[in-house]
Ligand binder design. Structure first.
Ligand code: JHZ
Length: 395
């Protein structure tokens, strides 16, 4: 049973950017975004879920390759995988535009990607790609074609699938007995520390902690043998998982350390979740105050990075075109469209436009380092950014 701790109001589907036609014709689907905590399993989940087919379709816009940070992270991981595990066959669940698999030989990888427009990218690159949702039916199909898989990797995908029972049973079905499962997703601990409540939106059905992953895995005779903290997506955890029967890998002491950090923070206690809710309310008030002060002084403010997650902020804080002129974004499938809910325009990225703004609100705050590097000129001429984590402020 989930106990609700956060109500982020009515929200649109985060990756449904609208065309001009949609704006006129389409009634946007809104759903109530509430988040709950399960004391027993320690899982944190949104309470009203949307069917996967509605979220991940043939028009899915997100491309991992839009960020150098992500490309580098995948490259480094690929090197480590080759060095430490030397797998014959890898499967990636949620392969998106091939940002990870492109580091491997085409014969060594199987891609799973339900969004057919995105799956086409890795198919064209020459990688065997199944354009299906990950479930037992697909696992059986794959198993009938190949021998066991040595390494299954999934970044920012398993947290998007509601039926975790199906997820793990299907993985066990294809994974060799001494195989390794590596998953990475935003870390609940970091989300709470940063008050990054925008990690909650329809696609993020779960925000995992090591506590919840550990509890879950037991049911499938799996265990975490190593965990790595990543700076990607505002602070993620990469879990290295094996079958309990596999004695090839020792449990790294980082596992215990991470568990202790999560327990010391109180991720096992409902009161921590109430504290988080209060922090979210404070964050909302502060952000609105910053914007209204700047608008009173007639400042030109634009958004940077039309991320899925920023839609939670825009719709929760009711930030619209009175505040932000538009959002800049490099993603081809987002440019020329309108953000869900707020209907702010997404302008194709152009450096000149950043330089025309007085203030830039960072929707892609998780790539702050990369963006600051790119926008040196704007910073040099005194341009300022607005960021909402860990507390809304101008920098
Ligand atoms: P980014 C998506 O979330 C959706 P989003 C999904 N649910 C998920 O879990 C994560 O990804 C993994 C743009 N940008 O990665 C590109 C610039 O314009 O934070 C993207 O639209 N200029 C699957 O959407 C957005 O920002 C830049 O210089 O929250 C970044 O989106 C850079 C670096 C990015 O994920």
């Amino acid at each position: 049973m989930y106990r609700k701790f956060l109500d982020l109001g009515l929200q649109p589907l985060a990756n449904k950017y609208l065309s001009k036609k949609d704006l006129i014709k389409k009634k946007e689907h809104l759903y109530h975004l509430e988040v709950g905590f399960n004391k027993k399993s320690k899982l944190v989940s949104i309470l009203n879920t949307v069917p996967s087919k509605k979220m991940f379709d043939k028009k899915y816009p997100y491309r991992a390759s839009m960020s150098k940070t992500m490309l580098n992270s995948f490259k480094n991981l690929s090197r480590n995988i080759a060095k430490n595990f030397n797998p014959d066959l890898i499967m990636e669940i949620g392969s998106n535009d091939g940002s990870f698999v492109k580091n491997f030989n085409k014969k060594k990888v199987i891609c799973v990607e339900p969004c057919s427009n995105v799956a086409k990218i890795t198919q064209k690159m020459g990688y065997k790609t199944f354009s299906n949702f990950w479930n037992m039916k697909l696992a059986k199909k794959i198993k009938s074609k190949v021998k066991n898989i040595d390494l299954v990797y999934s970044a920012n995908t398993l947290s998007h699938i509601q039926n975790l029972n199906s997820v793990f049973n299907s993985i066990i079905h294809v994974l060799s007995d001494d195989g390794v499962l590596i998953i990475e997703d935003p870390s609940l601990l970091e989300c709470f520390k940063q008050v990054s409540y925008d990690q909650f939106y329809n696609e993020h059905i779960y925000v995992f902690s090591l506590l919840s992953i550990k509890y879950l895995l037991k049911r499938y005779n799996l265990e975490v043998f190593n965990v790595e903290k990543l700076s990607t997506h505002g602070g993620s955890l990469r879990y290295y998982i094996k079958k309990i029967s596999n004695n090839k890998f020792k449990i790294n002491k980082k596992v215990k350390m991470q568990l202790n950090q999560e327990l010391n923070f109180g991720l096992n206690k409902y009161s921590t979740y109430i504290k988080f809710r209060n922090n979210v309310e404070k964050s909302k008030r502060k952000l609105i105050k910053i914007f209204s002060k700047l608008k009173k002084r007639n400042k030109k403010i634009i958004g940077y990075g039309a991320t899925a997650k920023v839609n939670t902020i825009l719709n929760f804080c009711k930030i619209k075109s009175e505040t932000l002129d538009y959002f800049l974004d490099t993603t081809p499938g987002k440019a020329g469209k309108f953000m869900p809910g707020s209907h702010l325009y997404v302008q194709r990225y152009n450096k000149i436009l950043t330089n025309q703004a007085d203030y830039v609100f960072l929707g892609a705050w998780n790539f702050k380092k990369e963006i600051f590097k790119k926008e040196k000129k704007y910073i040099k001429k005194g341009g300022k950014f607005i960021i909402h984590v860990p507390t809304p402020r101008i920098i």
